[in-house]
Every structure is written in structure tokens, then in C-alpha cells.
Design a binder for this molecule. Structure first.
Ligand code: ADP
Length: 486
């Protein structure tokens, strides 16, 4: 099925640098593929380090005017961008589903949830406040002022092609920073459409730039090592995050990293099982399991394990795999062959080590990168699926026997992004909530992401927080200003 956008100008096939739509200097391009059908949706510029330097220079040039603009005016421009994103949310969702695979309703939710960050930071732009400190001596005044950090690089992943961009770009813009975006190679079209709407909103040339490339390393390396880029915000794999952090160290760049997770989902014996099943099914299979806060391993108390499994498998039976553009589909394809092979390898390892596939366990009949919604029983903590981020529609379930064991296993990982637990015991709610070494912990719910909460992780899951009243600080420098001799 081809695209049928209401506004065909939202399908952009050039990069966006200094307010202009631009090809790569080498004129190279790469194809963007619909993972559900294999159709080529578009070809976009395959840019290199020289193109990236141009984008950084455009951002640097735009910075003085952007930072000098009144907060109120910046806020109005962001608000206009928000209005345009929401007005065009159907088209943006259609593009997103086509390049990424998630069902249309989920894509629309992402676009609107992503727009909410723009609205939030349009408001926060007006609330960047400093402090007046108690001075050290007479004739002296001491202040803390907050200033924009400078040119920001945003490197984003394919699993949320729209909201990962708005979540980084809107606080940067609100703070007074220009941005160079490098979207994931699988999903550049959402990024380019957002740039088109930023252009229409009147955001000045050079304040938002998008550099497309078929491989992250060259453009990403230029962004991470450039002395002009003062801040790097990355969402993606832990391996690439570590590499970028080391590359950024040469210029002692500020970094925000949102990396992999290994989310535990604990079901205690006193849990509301229906609520736990509903939450586990939603947070395991959303985006076909391809989110960093997706449930990675379920741990269920032995006294309720059988009852939980019965309800959970019944819920999984309701999932409907297919092309996300079709009505009624709940579970789209995986993003690409690499993703599929990883999932397949983890399931084979588990089955070979004694786990049982009580649902699914193999590629889906639909072919391509579709995989069956899978539930693995009798999983143990030594299996690779327990310690590695699966990023697919596979739910490994482990049977635990004590709260101490469940918390110890939950924390026994280098990751620390999101964790979930279900219990009705108020004492346990507090104990477990405080003991879990995770940046985001949800008790008796799996719905917690919104623009007003601080998103981010402990340990190797990342550095910094996105969204909320804290998120703008990532794009601000704190300056101590001491005035003497008054
Ligand atoms: P995933 O494994 O989920 O695709 P990646 O971390 O590889 O996650 O990708 C996230 C983003 O990082 C994408 O925009 C990708 O192009 C970019 N990227 C990949 N490799 C590098 C690299 N060596 N340097 C900079 N960016 C990279």
C-alpha cells in the first residue's frame, strides 16, 4: 500500500540544513523501506562528515539570534510547531507506520505524545530562572544565571522516530540552543516531516537541521567530536552510547544518554492478577517489544505462577500480528533482519536450555520480519533472554519464591531503566519501590510515560533526564556571576 497523505509536502526526500532542503554533497542516497511490505518509500541523502560540518556551521551561525530572542517569542514559535504537529498528526502517523511498522493507533499516540513535549517546553521556555545568593561581603552581589549550552546534536533511534526527536529538540530550542538532528537510518521520514513543520512554524533557518545517513558512524562521529557541538543527546543502544561518550570526552562535551534496559516485571502473590496481566501484555508487546522500557523478563511468585500463566497466555492469544496500516492489527513486524535474528537467537538459546514456548517461539507465517508473540515458561536467570534486552515480542517468565530473591534478581543487571511490580501490600510497595535500582519504577501500573515525568535510567541505562521540569537543565549552563565593588 502506498502513502496517501493529506499533505503530500510532508514526504521530504532531502535533508534540511540552514533552512534549506539539501541533497548530499556526494549526491549519494539510500532507500527507506516499509518493514511490513518491503516497499521502497523514498530515497534520502546519504550524508557524510562534510555535510555534517555544514549543518553544524549553520547551527552555529543561527545561535546568536536564537539565544537573544525573547523567551516569549521562542515559546510562541514552539507553540506554533506544536499546533502544526497536532494538525497533521494523521499524516505523521501514516508516515511513521510506513517506515517503522507500528500499528497506526500506536503511531498516532506517539506523534501526539511527542507533540506534548513541544507544548510542555514551549511553556518551560518562559520559566528559566536564576537565583540571587547571599553575598560573601559588602559591596558585592552574587547571582546564578542559566544560559543555553550552545549547538546541540541529537542522535535518535528508529523505535520512536517522532517522539525521540521532539523530546530532545523542544527543550533544546526552549533553552535557546540550535540543533543538528541525525535520525536513525531506518526512519528518517518522520524527522524530515517534523523539520518541514518547524520550517512552516517560522523557526529561523539553522535552528533546526536534519542530516540523514545510511550509517551512523561517520555523521555521529563528526557530531560527537566537533568542538562547536557543546551537547550531545543520544537515545539508542548501550554499545553506541558508550562509544559516543568516549568520543565526546575529547571536547568534554555534555552528554545525555538514554540507552538499553532490561526491565523486570515482578508479580507478587498478593497481586491483582488481572491488572498485572493487562499491564504485562501491554508493556511487553507494545511496538512489538521494541521499546527500551518494554518488559524484558517477568518474574512471578510460585504460588500464583500457574494462575498468572493461564490469564497471560489467554491475553497473548488476542494479539493480532500484521501490517500496522491495517485495521485491528496490534503487533507489527520487527524493524529489520538484524532485529529479527537477535530475537530468534535468544529464543533458540532459551529453548535449548530448558525453557518451553507455551505460545509462539518462531518466525510468523507472514514472513519478512514478523515474529510470533511468544511466551517462554520455565525460564531461569542464566538464560541469555534474562540478561539481554530482547527488543521483540517475547516474554520469558521465571518463577520466584521470595521477595528477597525477586529484588536481588531484578537488580542483578548492568541496566537500570524501568521496572514494574504488582502487589497490594503497602509495606511491600514501599520496600520494593525503594530497593529497585531503576530510574523509573511503576507499581500496579505500566502506564507512566508522559511529558511531565523525568525519563531516564541508572547504571548503564544512561545519564540525564528527558521531559519534566528537570529536562530543560540538560540544555542549560549554570553561570555564577559575582559583582564586586558596588
Ligand atoms: P539500534 O541497535 O537500536 O539500531 P543504535 O544505537 O545502533 O541502536 O542506533 C541509534 C542511533 O545511533 C541511530 O541514529 C544510529 O544511526 C546511530 N548510530 C549507530 N552507530 C553509530 C555510531 N558508531 N556513531 C554514532 N551514531 C551511531
Amino acid at each position: 500500500m502506498s502513502l496517501s497523505l493529506n499533505d503530500s509536502q510532508l514526504l521530504k526526500t532531502q535533508a534540511y540544513i540552514g533552512g534549506e532542503w539539501a541533497p548530499a554533497t556526494s549526491s549519494a542516497t539510500f532507500d527507506v523501506i516499509n518493514p511490513a511490505t518491503g516497499d521502497v518509500l523514498a530515497s534520502v541523502p546519504d550524508m557524510n562528515a562534510a555535510d555534517t560540518k555544514q549543518a553544524i556551521a549553520a547551527a552555529e551561525q543561527a545561535w546568536p539570534e536564537w539565544r537573544a530572542m525573547s523567551a516569549r517569542k521562542r515559546s510562541k514559535l514552539l507553540r506554533k510547531w506544536y499546533d502544526l504537529i497536532t494538525q497533521h498528526s494523521d499524516d505523521l502517523a501514516q508516515l511513521l507506520t510506513a517506515e517503522q511498522g507500528k500499528p497506526h493507533a500506536e503511531a498516532k499516540g506517539e506523534v501526539l505524545g511527542g507533540a506534548a513535549y513541544v507544548e510542555w517546553f514551549a511553556e518551560e521556555a518562559k520559566r528559566i530562572e536564576g537565583d540571587l545568593l547571599s553575598p560573601q561581603g559588602p559591596g558585592q552581589r552574587e547571582l546564578v544565571v542559566k544560559q543555553p549550552v550552545g549547538v546541540v546534536a541529537a542522535i535518535t533511534p528508529w523505535n520512536f522516530p517522532s517522539s525521540m526527536i521532539t523530546r530532545k529538540v523542544s527543550p533544546a530550542l526552549a533553552a535557546g540552543c540550535p540543533v543538528v538532528i541525525k535520525p536513525a537510518e531506518d526512519t528518517p521520514l518522520s524527522a524530515l516531516a517534523l523539520a518541514e513543520l518547524a520550517h512552516r512554524a517560522g523557526i529561523p533557518a539553522g535552528v533546526v537541521n536534519v542530516v540523514t545517513a545510511s550509517h551512523g558512524a561517520e555523521v555521529g562521529g563528526e557530531l560527537a567530536t566537533s568542538a562547536t557541538v557543546r551537547k550531545l543527546s543520544f537515545t539508542g543502544s548501550t554499545a553506541v552510547g558508550k562509544l559516543l561518550m568516549s568520543q565526546a570526552s575529547d571536547t568534554v562535551k555534555k552528554v545525555s544518554l538514554e540507552l538499553g534496559g532490561n526491565a523486570p516485571f515482578l508479580v507478587f502473590e498478593d497481586a491483582d492478577l488481572d491488572a498485572a496481566v493487562q499491564a504485562a501484555t501491554m508493556m511487553k508487546f507494545i511496538n512489538s517489544g521494541q521499546t527500551c522500557i518494554c518488559v524484558n523478563r517477568l518474574m512471578v511468585h510460585e504460588n500464583v505462577y500457574d494462575a498468572f500463566m493461564e490469564k497471560f497466555t489467554a491475553a497473548v492469544d488476542q494479539l493480532n500480528v500484521g501490517n500496522g496500516a491495517e485495521k485491528g492489527v496490534t503487533t507489527g513486524p520487527l524493524i529489520n533482519d538484524k532485529g529479527l535474528e537477535k530475537v530468534e537467537g535468544l529464543v533458540k538459546d532459551a529453548l535449548g536450555s530448558g525453557a518451553k514456548a507455551v505460545r509462539g517461539g518462531q518466525r510468523h507465517d507472514l514472513g519478512r520480519t514478523f515474529y510470533e508473540p511468544t511466551v517462554l515458561a520455565d525460564v531461569n536467570p542464566d538464560m541469555a533472554c534474562f540478561g539481554n534486552e530482547i527488543f521483540g515480542p517475547v516474554a520469558p517468565v521465571y518463577r520466584f519464591s521470595s521477595e528477597e530473591e525477586a529484588v536481588r534478581l531484578a537488580n542483578d543487571t548492568p541496566y537500570g531503566l524501568a521496572a514494574y511490580y504488582f502487589t497490594r501490600d503497602p509495606g511491600r510497595m514501599w520496600r520494593v519501590g525503594e530497593a529497585l535500582e531503576y530510574g523509573m519504577v511503576a507499581c500496579n501500573t505500566a502506564r507512566f510515560v508522559h511529558e511531565g515525568m523525568p525519563f531516564g535510567g541508572f547504571k548503564e541505562s544512561g545519564i540525564g533526564r528527558e521531559g519534566s521540569k528537570y529536562g530543560i537543565d540538560e540544555y542549560l549552563e549554570m553561570k555564577f556571576l559575582c559583582m564586586g565593588g558596588l
